[in-house]
Design a protein around this ligand. Structure first.
Ligand code: PGA
Length: 265
């Protein structure tokens, strides 16, 4: 039986003080014991990571990063390495989120700036490897845009992202792995993917993972759904046989709403 996992992705929201208030509010609302049947991870912006990590130190809630760079140290202006994440007890990190890949469901940045985000399957793979090497669990995000779905390319795109992101990895190094199915058109739009369809994609992801790493690895892989998860739809999504929890953006900014989602898991 796979343990549920609910991940808060705060994206570029909250100053450090606001992040601290949100964590304190959430911890007051949800009394998670170490043996709780759900794992909860909060991914704040980098600058709030030290504070959030300190506040969560004596709880079972873990802290996660929203991205990472794959080199250890050096002349990489603006980047953050896995070693720096280790210092703050970061246990999980998102990789290949559609926003770091430069793929937006609801475009709020000029098209001409998309290259700035520009994560590719190759750099996603480098990040996954660097995280595994530093004992940080990757949460590899995959998902198609509305145009790709309309063209009937959903499976091809997700397969390509998985193949690229997991290239060259061996079952002995994958550890506790998570993959989030996040259709780009569902992120931040309120258009949640139908639960049965999200489950179909989660099943496909599990089976592709099992093809590469074996049946046992496929069975223990946690597949999350992300894209407009709310407390009003989380119970239905998380009760699907292949969906083991959620990656929650907007709704995780409100401690009350996020605690409802966690409790519903
Ligand atoms: P959303 O974001 O819940 O605001 O749709 C999810 C995500 O991007 O991880």
């Amino acid at each position: 039986m796979r343990k549920r996992l609910v991940v808060a992705n705060w994206k570029m929201n909250f100053t450090s003080a606001q992040a601290a208030a949100a964590v304190e509010g959430f911890v007051r609302l949800v009394d998670l014991k170490a043996d709780a049947d759900v794992d909860v991870v909060i991914c704040p912006p980098f600058l709030s990571l030290p504070k959030v990590s300190e506040l969560l130190r004596n709880t079972s809630i873990r802290v996660g990063a929203q991205t990472v760079f794959w080199m250890e140290y050096g002349a990489y202006t603006g980047q953050v390495s896995p070693t720096m994440l280790n210092e703050f007890r970061v246990a999980y990190a998102l990789v290949g989120h559609s926003e770091t890949r430069g793929r937006f469901g609801k475009l709020e940045v000029p098209v001409s700036t998309l290259g700035y985000f520009a994560e590719s399957d190759e750099t996603v793979n480098l990040k996954v490897r660097a995280l595994l090497f530093h004992a940080i669990h990757p949460i590899l995000c995959v998902g198609e845009t509305a145009e790709e779905r309309d063209r009937g390319e959903t499976e091809v795109v997700v397969r390509r992202q998985l193949t690229g992101g997991l290239a060259g990895l061996d079952v002995s190094e994958i550890g506790e792995f998570c993959i989030a199915y996040e259709p780009v058109w569902a992120i931040g739009t309120g258009n949640t993917c139908d639960a049965a369809e999200a489950n179909r994609m989660a099943e496909m992801i599990r089976s592709l993972f099992a093809d590469q790493f074996g049946t046992e690895a496929g069975e223990s892989l946690r597949v999350l759904y992300g894209g407009s998860v709310r407390s009003s739809n989380s119970a239905e999504l998380f009760s699907q046989p292949h969906i083991d929890g959620g990656l929650v953006g907007g709704a995780s900014l409100d401690p009350q709403e996020f605690s409802r989602i966690v409790v519903s898991s």
